[in-house]
Design a protein around this ligand. Structure first.
Ligand code: ZN
Length: 560
């Protein structure tokens, strides 16, 4: 749908034509924006059209600005892609949207995810992270089948877990071939869990996989074994058959639009494992040098609907740092504009034997580094090596990051804080965590005061949906309804702040993004329900009914 959006006009030209309502229409929505009548003087000066087009005012909302004073405003004014006023009356000629009391939040910033991988999935990737039952899966698959061309594949590669597909009293499982056939009998389907499966297909998909040479084994119930025994060859076959440049471009739009439906307006992408183009590749493998091209092409055409910052992932195994050195030699950090910008190196900077050398090289090069921590000890080595790099060349202003940090201790938080670092906090334990495999310690980190923000680490082992991540941060409950992170929960306000204002630090766009405040980039989401007052379980069902990026309506569910 949004491919129609530009019709040859740039984003800013489009906005300049006063086409907010028609953009909404092109997106299938119907935001009822009305115009405040222009004054006769403005008309006489020929200024009415210009005045009407360049100011958009949202009125009658509960607008949680997330500014320093946590102001809750009723009205916000947008002009030229930026917020220009809060609680100001609409000027004559302004375009007005009546929020009818709805809750508004700043556009969500996901400081660590894999949106570029999601955009490069073979087939019509269909997120299942919001399915709460097998019946939900069937409904989502059936709805998707109606919207894709004949012969198209419905695929779900990562981002969900069987743990949320059945009631807590039942054994977790994937859907079966018969259940998928019932939902979409004529459409081939492939659903794969995590990085490498297991996966499941339907009758149409089974036929395709069994016709390969050699045949890819599929059980009578549609089950495909994980890894090299089934899911790996199946994914390779789908990539080879389905992934064209046009399909990657369509996938990029789909991925970003899915984010916009959740209110996610900015993504910091953390790259991929370098693809070998063999059956050993999993859901997280891609070509780190070309996978961003569909996103860059959309941006060049003025059709990128959300903001993207691109990190470069490197895993050189030896201290020669062959690929990392070439990357730094041939790229600029933080280069681009407010829609697309490069970032730093991450979420890997080098293999275990090259980690310290990579850190020192990046410090000397003045680049940002970001790495992830998953175990009870890896953050110790990472922060020690960050310190070693800092001794060679200061990283105090480079904002180096350690992500996920399920088990980080406060002494290491303090050591990272002392060298100017920050922490990206993720709720990926929601899907399959236990009281032993829990974390991160949200509460300790927040009270420590180190720069911290939230992220999804979607779309392989975790959902993108930020409201699921906030649910976990606030309740400490996993997808099976078990309390696993008690004692480290935080308030809804604090979780939202971590996902908005705090994430400006990660983008290195302090005072530019993350809050609804005059002068900042105009990104916001109008929510379907009040995040601050709904029962805990309903937090997972928060969605955006109207998303604005760069002052432009980019998602409209038709609720206003
Ligand atoms: Zn990641």
């Amino acid at each position: 749908m949004s491919e129609e959006r530009g019709k040859g006009l740039s984003r800013r030209q489009l906005l300049g034509t006063g086409a907010v309502a028609s953009v909404a229409a092109a997106l299938g929505g119907c935001a009822s924006s009305q115009q405040v009548p222009a004054s006769p003087a403005a008309t006489a000066q020929g200024g009415a059209a210009a005045a009407s087009s360049d100011e958009l005012v949202l009125i009658n909302g509960r607008i949680h600005t997330m500014d320093r004073n946590d102001t809750i405003a009723k009205t916000v004014t947008i002009r030229g892609g930026r917020f220009v006023a809060v609680n100001a009356a609409p000027a004559r000629g302004a375009r007005v949207i009546d929020l009818r009391g709805r809750t508004v939040v700043p556009g969500i910033i996901d400081n660590h995810n894999h949106i570029v991988l999601m955009g490069n999935r073979p087939g019509y990737h269909t997120p299942l992270e919001n399915a709460l039952s097998i019946a939900d899966v069937q409904a989502m698959v059936a709805a998707r089948a109606k919207g894709i061309p004949a012969g198209g594949w419905i695929t779900t590669i990562g981002g969900f877990h069987r743990n949320h597909l059945v009631a807590a009293t039942e054994m977790p499982r994937l859907p079966t071939l018969a259940e998928l056939d019932a939902a979409a009998p004529n459409t081939p389907i492939f659903i794969s869990e995590g990085f490498n499966g297991p996966s499941v297909t339907n009758t149409a998909g089974k036929k395709f996989f069994e016709s390969r040479t050699p045949a890819i084994p599929v059980g009578a119930d549609g089950a495909i074994a994980p890894g090299a025994k089934g899911t790996g060859p199946a994914m390779l076959a789908l990539r080879r058959t389905l992934l064209t440049p046009d399909q990657r471009r369509r996938g990029a739009i789909d991925a970003l639009n899915y984010g916009l439906s959740l209110g996610v307006t900015t993504h910091i992408d953390q790259g991929a494992f370098e693809a070998a183009n063999t059956a050993a590749d999993g859901a997280a493998h891609e070509n780190n040098y070309t996978m961003q091209l569909p996103f860059l092409a959309l941006h060049a055409e003025g059709k990128l609907p959300a903001r993207l910052q691109i990190n470069f992932l490197h895993q050189d195994a030896t201290p020669e740092l062959t690929t990392l050195r070439e990357r730094v030699r041939n790229s600029f950090p933080f280069f681009g504009d407010d829609m697309v910008r490069t970032g730093g190196i991450g979420e890997f900077i080098g293999g275990p034997k090259a980690f310290r050398d990579a850190a020192i090289f990046l410090a000397q090069s003045g680049w940002r580094a970001e790495v992830h921590s998953l175990s009870r000890t890896d953050f110790q080595q990472e922060i020690q090596d960050y310190e070693a790099a800092h001794k060679q060349a200061s990283i105090a202003d480079l904002r180096w990051v350690v992500a996920h940090v399920p088990f980080i201790t406060e002494d290491y938080v303090n050591r990272l804080k002392a060298i100017g670092g920050g922490l990206s906090l993720t709720s990926w334990r929601y899907l399959a965590g236990t009281p032993e495999q829990n974390g991160p310690p949200f509460k300790m980190i927040l009270s420590n005061g180190i720069p911290a923000g939230m992220s999804s680490d979607g779309m392989q082992i975790a959902p993108m949906n930020p409201w699921i991540h906030m649910y976990y941060a606030v309740t400490g409950m996993n997808a099976r309804g078990v309390l696993i992170n008690g004692g480290q929960t935080i308030s809804r306000h604090d979780a939202l702040k971590l996902y908005t204002a705090n994430n400006a630090w990660f983008l290195r766009q302090d005072n530019e993004i993350g809050a609804i405040e005059p002068g900042r980039l105009a990104d916001l989401a109008v929510l379907n329900q009040d995040y601050f007052t709904v029962p805990d379980a309903d937090l997972k069902k928060v969605r955006s009914v109207l998303t604005i990026v760069d002052g432009e309506v980019v998602h409209d569910a038709g609720a206003l």
